[in-house]
Design a protein around this ligand. Structure first.
Ligand code: 5AD
Ligand code: SF4
Length: 450
């Protein structure tokens, strides 16, 4: 008998990617092999994102397309997991008749049961897992996309309640994962040849704060860096309010921790930061940046910006532009505010017209393009350590990789270098990537820092 196949499409953040890899592990046990095309798949699973209205709309247009496969072959099962699943629940079943089951963000354990139910013709919804779930085993069995870089969740959920954000609602309260499980997963990865890990959480800096069972985040960083074979450690996402000096110090002294930090600021205006309930001021954000640059020379900083938050005036927006210019981030993600159901900001007065938000968004992205180009230009002539990710998707003759500062580098080389560290001399800088020539193979700690 032919084995069963699953087509899994993941939307949204890296936490969703990590969950998707874990789903594939759970499905592997149930006899499903992943396939990268929906045609002929026995199971179609979407792992969804609800962060902005557009992300949610994407899920329904995708379901509209995928419905065809079920019309052609009614034995095909379709499941919706992740953040839209958690936020809309059984509403998805009424909105899209082709969907067989809805699996919330804490319900991975119920996936095999949901499929079994669907096979008997019953549609199901699980928004809080039933039964025991052995998270550590499920993590160890994850089917990972990359053979040398791995995502490792360390904290789930979020207690922050930023006024615009659905995450606390859809991912629940903060829960730190026990440190032994995290370290076991990383040791296992190292033994299997993984060289880089990204520790994941909505707010990694809160790791271990709520309970006394686990180490704090800086201690966890120290412990992770002791795992031999792991050359690069990164983490996302950090909340500026919770980024403590001991974490910054740990980043400065631990060689595997990369010189890069994503520190979402969202706005440069104190009035808007307060309305967003972010818990820090513009001045406090600048203090964090100064500390980071003092302790971690050459650090690359990136951020998230929301424009058009309710009540954002031209003067508030000017403050955002001036913050971006003053910090001079290496890169930035910009978003127009999207009102989300059941978030405090959805009910706020002072809606900014869509046209104005779009104009502001373009202004942010234009400014950042110039800054990124300038910051990258400084690297021309330097030799940097690159972790090779594989063939350049746009130029299959070349290779692509990442510097320790997470910048993309394209260069010519042999595909056999994938997953290794090489030294590359930068010959050209663009706003979103660097071009270079390979100088040599290199060992970690050789002093190539970009
Ligand atoms: N509208 C627009 N952007 C949002 N983000 C989160 N919620 C919203 C929203 N309602 C952005 C923030 C966050 C990033 C992941 O998405 O900038 O840091
Ligand atoms: Fe999207 Fe947030 Fe869910 Fe990640 S946690 S998938 S960004 S809604």
């Amino acid at each position: 008998m032919r084995g069963k196949t699953v087509y899994l499409k993941s939307f949204g953040c890296q936490m969703n990617s990590a969950d998707s890899e874990q789903f594939l592990g759970i499905l592997g046990r149930a006899g499903y092999k992943p396939t990268d095309r929906p045609e002929g798949a026995d199971l179609i699973l979407l792992n969804t994102c609800a962060i902005r209205a557009k992300a949610e709309q994407k899920v329904f247009s995708e379901l509209g397309r995928l419905r065809e496969y079920k019309l052609r072959d009614p034995s095909v099962k379709i499941g919706v997991a992740g953040c839209v699943a958690q936020s809309l629940g059984k509403g998805i079943l009424s909105r899209e008749p082709a969907v067989d089951f809805v699996l919330g963000t804490r319900s991975a354990a119920d996936l095999p049961d949901m499929i079994r139910q669907a096979e008997t013709g019953r549609r199901g919804v699980s928004l809080s897992a039933t039964g025991e779930f052995d998270l550590d085993t499920a993590r160890l069995e994850s089917v990972r996309t990359s053979p040398y870089h791995a995502y490792v969740p360390i904290i789930y959920g979020c207690d922050n309640h930023c006024a615009y954000c659905v995450v606390p609602g859809v991912r629940g309260p903060e829960r730190s994962r026990p440190d032994e499980g995290i370290l076991r997963e990383i040791r296992d990865l190292a033994q299997r040849g993984y060289r880089a890990v990204t520790l994941l959480g909505q707010n990694v800096n809160s790791y271990g704060k709520k309970d006394n069972k686990n180490m704090g985040f800086s201690e966890l960083l120290h412990a992770v860096c002791e795992v031999s074979g792991i050359d690069r450690v990164r983490f996302v996402t950090s909340h500026p309010r919770d980024l403590s000096e001991d974490v910054v110090n740990a980043m400065g002294v631990l060689p595997p921790v990369c010189e890069a930090l994503h520190l979402p600021v969202q706005s440069g205006s104190d009035r808007i930061l307060a309305a967003m309930n972010r818990g820090y001021t513009r001045a406090q954000y600048f203090e964090r940046i100064a500390l980071l640059r003092d302790r971690i020379p050459g650090i690359a900083l990136s951020t998230d910006i929301i424009v058009g938050f309710p009540g954002e005036s031209d003067a508030d927006f000017a403050q955002t532009l001036s913050l971006i210019a003053e910090v001079a981030f290496d890169s930035l993600f910009g978003f127009a505010f999207s009102p989300r159901p059941e978030t405090p900001a959805a009910g706020l007065p002072g809606r900014v017209e869509a046209q104005i938000s779009q104009r502001r968004l373009h202004a942010v992205l234009d400014l950042q393009r110039e800054i990124s180009a300038r910051r990258n230009a400084v690297l021309v002539g330097a030799s940097v350590e690159v972790l090779v990710e594989g063939r350049n998707p746009r130029n299959p003759q070349g290779l692509s990789g990442r510097t320790r500062t997470h910048k993309i580098v394209h260069f010519q080389g042999d595909a056999g270098l994938t997953g290794t560290l090489v030294a590359v001399r930068i010959t050209e800088a663009r706003p979103n990537c660097l071009i270079g020539v390979q100088v040599d193979a290199c060992r970690p700690g050789d002093g190539f820092g970009a």
